[in-house]
Design a protein. Structure first.
Length: 95
């Protein structure tokens, strides 16, 4: 009984940490793979691609998206879109 409860307590600590690290590694690899073609296209032809540029590009695009949302016009469009979604019968229950 003591062995089982000790093992389960240890598993309760190790499993969330391992899953979190796995999700972080997967996210970084996915962002790099997704943005690498765009980063290669943006790099001048005389220079070589630096690993990690895709991830930095993804972070920059997320930041720029946040800046756009803060703009008054874009903020109004987002609010309009949300109002439309809230009034749509089937989408309202999911949204």
């Amino acid at each position: 009984m003591h062995l089982t409860s000790t093992f389960l307590r240890g598993l309760g600590i190790v499993l969330p940490i391992a899953l979190t690290l796995g999700v972080v590694v997967w996210s970084v690899r996915s962002a790099e793979a997704l943005m690498k073609p765009l980063a290669v296209w943006l790099v001048p032809s005389g220079r070589s691609y630096v690993p990690g540029s895709g991830l930095l590009l993804a972070i920059a695009l997320v930041y720029l998206t946040g800046l756009l949302v803060q703009l008054f016009v874009i903020e109004r469009l987002v609010a309009l879109g949300q109002r439309i979604l809230e009034r749509t019968p089937l989408v309202k229950s999911v949204y």
